[in-house]
Design a protein around this ligand. Structure first.
Ligand code: ADP
Ligand code: MG
Length: 697
C-alpha cells in the first residue's frame, strides 16, 4: 500500500514535476515568473505546455481546461481534448504554449453586471502560473483568470492577484525603510477552516427545499439539538470517518494540505482545515475542496451541505479566514519578533491592519455578504454584523501604553518610546480564545470569522489585502519623507492607536449591549443584511481606495455590486418560490389529510358511542384547520410579493423589497407550517423532519 508521502500531489504539475521535466533554463525562467511575477515568453510557455501535456497524458488525461472562477461563486471549466487529426487518419495529442496561456470561452452565459455588451460575447482566460495545474478526472485543469474582451475582470482571481500585488508593493516599501534590502516579495497567506453538514442522500432527495436551495425552508426544532454539547470534537461516526478518509486522499492527491478534521457544534456538522498557503492558491484550493467534498459525499450515499444555514435552530456553517502576511524569506510580518527593532516593525504592520479594518469595515462586511450568510451573522452562533477587532490583553496593554506615553506594565516596566532599544519583548499571545470576535489576532495571524461556508474566500481576501495595502501606503508616504524615522514612526503608531481605538473590542461580541455601544457610542457600522451593505461598495472612499491600488476599475466595481445584489435577489426568490410549492402541494395537503383522518376517527368513535367527547380529535382538527387557512393566505401573500419584484426599478430597489417583504412573508409562512408540523402525525408529514435529517447519518 502506498503511503501519503508517495501519492501526495501526484495529480499536480508542481515544482517537483517542473524541475524533473523541464530543461534547467526553462525551469528557471518559469520560476522567475512564479516567484517574482516576471513576464513569460512564448518559447518558455511552449516548453512548459509540452512537458505538462506529456505528464498529463501519462496520468491518463485526455482533455485540458482553463479552470476559472466566474462571479457565480463556483468554478467553471470547458473541456477541450488534446487530439488533433493526423493526415493518416489517426490523431496526435497536441497542446501548445498559446493554448496554455490563453483561452477564449464564450462569456455570454456568465454574469457580467452589464460590463459586456451582448454583441461582444467573447471573454478570455489567462494562465495563472502561480497556482499549479492539476488533473481532475481525465482533465488537465489550468488555473486561469477570466476577463471580458475589453480587459475587465469577470472573475474573482484577477482582483485577488491585483490585491496581492498592491500589498506586495506597499509592504516592500515599509521593509526597505526598516533596512531590509533582501526580501523580494511579500505575500498574504490564508488557512480557511471549512464547516459543512453531512446528511443522507436518501433524505436529501425527499426534500425539495434542500435540492433547490441547499437549506431547509421548513422544519420545527427536534427535541434534541446541540444543547448537550456532545457533538463538538466528539467521536466521529464510522460512516463519516470513511467519508473523511476518502476526502483526504482525494485532496492530498491534488496537493491540498488537508490537516485538521473534527465534528463541529451542531449535530451532523463537521470541519476541515488545511495548512495555510498564499491567498491565491488558498482560494483555488478552497474552491476545489468544496467541490470534492460534495463529490465524495455522494460516493458515500451522503450529501454535503455547504449552505450557511441549512437548519434553523442549530448553528450554521462558516469559514474562518486565518490571514497573515510574510516575506519570501520566511518572515511572518504579523509575528512579534526577537529584537526591539523587529517589534517596532511588527507594531507598524499590526497598526496597518487595525487602521485598515476600521477604515474599511464596510468593505469587509460586504465581502462576506450573501443571502445565506445573512442568517448567521448576529444570530449568536457567528460574529455580529458589526466589525470589531480582538487583540488580546497583552497586546492591548502595549498599545495603550504607547497611546498614553505611559510605562507598559507588562513583564518588564519600560517607557514605551519606540526607539531602537526601548521596546519590550512581548510574548505571542496564543491563550485568547474569544470566539465571539469577528476579527481576532491569534498570535501571528488574524482570524476573520465572518465568512460564510459556501462562499469563495476570494472577496474577503481581496478587501483585506487592498485595505492593508492602503494603510501601508499612507505609512510609507509619510515615513519615506521623514527627517527622523524613529520619531515619525512612533508618532504614526500612536496616532493610529488613538484614531482607531474604537474598532478594538475585547468583550463579548454576542452581547446586545455591545451592538448598542458599537453603533451608538463608537459609531461603527452595522449592516444587517446584504441589501444594506452591498451598495456601499460604491461609496466614494471605497472606489478611491480600490481603484487607486488598481484592484478594480470603477466599471468592475459597479458590475460587481450589481451581480452581488442580483445573486441575493435570485437566491431569495428561488427560496420563496420553493416555499410556495411546498406549502401548497405538500404541507397544507398533509395537514388537511391528517385532519380528515382525525375526523374519520372521531365519527367512527361517535358511531360506537355518541357520548364520547373526541376532545383530542376536535382540538387538533380545529387548530390544524386554522393553520391551513392562515397558511393559504400567507402563501398567496408570498406569491404576490414575488410577483411585485418585477415592478422594481433597479436591483437596489429589488433587494430592498426582498429584505422588507419577501423575507418577512417567508418567515411568517414558515412559522405557521412549523406549528402545523408539531400537530401532525409523523407518518402524515410529507418529507423527513429535522430529527431524521440531523441524526440520520
Ligand atoms: P485553531 O484556530 O482551530 O486553533 P490554528 O489556529 O492552528 O487552529 O489554525 C487554523 C488555521 O490557521 C489553519 O488552516 C492553519 O494552517 C492556519 N494558520 C496557521 N498559521 C497561519 C499563518 N501564519 N497565516 C495564515 N494562516 C495560518
Ligand atoms: Mg481557528
Amino acid at each position: 500500500m502506498s503511503t501519503v508521502k508517495d501519492y501526495f500531489g501526484c495529480m499536480v504539475f508542481d515544482d517537483r514535476q517542473m524541475k524533473a521535466s523541464l530543461p534547467a533554463k526553462v525551469y528557471n525562467s518559469l520560476k522567475k515568473t512564479i516567484d517574482e511575477g516576471a513576464e513569460l515568453d512564448l518559447r518558455v510557455a511552449n516548453a512548459v505546455a509540452e512537458a505538462m501535456k506529456e505528464w498529463a497524458l501519462e496520468k491518463g488525461a485526455t482533455h485540458y481546461t482553463h479552470w476559472f472562477q466566474p462571479l457565480t461563486g463556483i468554478t467553471a471549466e470547458k473541456h477541450d481534448s488534446f487530439i488533433e487529426a493526423a493526415p493518416d487518419g489517426g490523431v496526435i495529442m497536441e497542446f501548445s504554449g498559446k493554448e496554455l496561456i490563453k483561452g477564449e470561452p464564450d462569456a455570454s452565459s456568465f454574469p457580467t453586471g452589464g460590463i459586456r455588451a451582448t454583441f461582444e460575447a467573447r471573454g478570455y482566460t489567462t494562465w495563472d502560473p502561480t497556482s499549479y495545474a492539476f488533473i481532475k478526472g481525465k482533465t488537465l485543469c489550468i488555473p486561469t483568470a477570466f476577463c471580458a474582451y475589453g480587459g475587465q475582470a469577470l472573475d474573482k482571481k484577477t482582483p485577488l492577484l491585483r490585491s496581492m500585488e498592491a500589498l506586495n508593493k506597499q509592504a516592500l516599501r515599509i521593509l526597505r525603510l526598516f533596512g531590509n534590502t533582501t526580501a523580494k516579495r511579500v505575500t498574504s497567506s490564508v488557512g480557511p477552516e471549512q464547516e459543512y453538514f453531512l446528511i443522507t442522500k436518501e433524505m436529501y432527495d425527499k426534500r425539495l427545499d434542500l435540492k433547490m436551495t441547499g437549506r431547509t425552508l421548513f422544519g420545527s426544532k427536534p427535541p434534541k439539538g446541540q444543547e448537550m454539547d456532545d457533538h463538538y470534537f466528539g467521536i466521529i461516526k464510522p460512516r463519516v470517518q470513511a467519508f473523511m478518509e476518502d476526502l483526504n486522499e482525494e485532496l492530498w492527491k491534488l496537493g491540498i494540505l488537508a490537516k485538521a478534521e473534527h465534528n463541529e457544534v451542531a449535530p451532523s456538522q463537521h470541519e476541515l482545515a488545511p495548512i495555510y498557503t498564499t491567498t491565491n492558491v488558498g482560494t483555488d484550493h478552497n474552491q476545489l475542496t468544496m467541490e470534492i467534498m460534495q463529490k465524495t459525499a455522494i460516493k458515500h450515499g451522503l450529501v454535503c451541505l455547504l449552505h450557511e444555514k441549512p437548519f434553523a435552530g442549530v448553528n450554521g456553517s462558516g469559514k474562518h479566514n486565518n490571514w497573515s502576511i510574510g516575506t519570501d524569506e520566511g518572515v511572518n510580518l504579523l509575528s512579534p519578533g526577537e529584537t526591539p527593532y523587529e517589534n517596532a516593525q511588527f507594531l507598524l504592520f499590526l497598526c496597518a491592519v487595525i487602521k485598515a479594518v476600521d477604515d474599511y469595515q464596510d468593505l469587509l462586511r460586504l465581502s462576506v455578504a450573501t443571502a445565506g450568510n445573512d442568517h448567521r451573522l448576529g444570530a449568536n452562533e457567528a460574529p455580529p454584523a458589526v466589525i470589531s477587532m480582538f487583540l488580546g490583553e497583552e497586546l492591548d496593554a502595549v498599545l495603550e501604553a504607547i497611546e498614553k506615553d505611559q510605562p507598559y506594565a507588562g513583564t518588564e516596566k519600560m517607557q514605551m518610546k519606540l526607539g531602537v532599544d526601548t521596546l519590550p519583548k512581548f510574548n505571542r499571545d496564543t491563550t485568547d480564545r474569544n470566539r465571539t470576535s469577528p476579527f481576532a489576532f491569534t498570535g501571528n495571524k488574524f482570524e476573520f470569522r465572518m465568512l460564510g461556508s459556501s462562499n469563495s474566500i476570494a472577496c474577503a481576501n481581496i478587501m483585506l489585502n487592498a485595505a492593508v495595502a492602503e494603510s501601508l501606503k499612507i505609512y510609507a508616504d509619510r515615513l519615506e519623507g521623514a527627517a527622523d524615522f524613529e520619531t515619525a514612526l512612533h508618532d504614526m503608531i500612536k496616532k493610529t492607536i488613538k484614531d482607531h481605538r474604537r474598532i478594538i473590542f475585547n468583550g463579548n461580541g454576542y452581547d446586545d449591549k455591545w451592538i448598542e455601544e458599537a453603533t451608538k457610542v463608537r459609531g461603527l457600522s452595522n449592516y444587517r443584511t446584504t441589501a444594506d451593505c452591498m451598495p456601499h461598495l460604491l461609496d466614494e472612499k471605497n472606489v478611491k481606495m480600490l481603484t487607486g491600488h488598481k484592484v478594480f476599475t470603477l466599471e468592475e466595481m459597479k458590475s460587481r455590486c450589481e451581480i452581488m445584489l442580483e445573486n441575493y435577489c435570485k437566491s431569495v426568490s428561488i427560496e420563496a418560490s420553493t416555499m410556495v410549492i411546498m406549502a401548497k402541494e405538500q404541507i397544507i395537503p398533509a395537514m388537511a389529510a391528517y385532519s380528515k383522518r382525525l375526523a374519520e376517527t372521531a365519527s367512527a368513535k361517535l358511531a360506537i358511542d355518541s357520548s364520547i367527547a373526541c376532545a383530542y380529535e376536535k382540538g387538533i382538527i380545529k387548530k390544524l384547520s386554522g393553520l391551513c387557512d392562515e397558511a393559504m393566505v400567507k402563501t398567496d401573500e408570498l406569491e404576490q410579493a414575488i410577483a411585485e419584484l418585477d415592478t422594481a426599478k433597479d436591483i437596489v430597489e429589488e433587494s430592498v423589497m426582498i429584505r422588507d417583504t419577501v423575507l418577512v412573508k417567508m418567515s411568517e409562512l414558515r412559522a405557521l407550517c412549523d406549528e402545523g408540523e408539531k400537530l401532525t402525525a409523523k407518518k402524515y408529514w410529507p418529507f423527513p423532519d429535522y430529527a431524521d435529517l440531523l441524526f440520520g447519518v
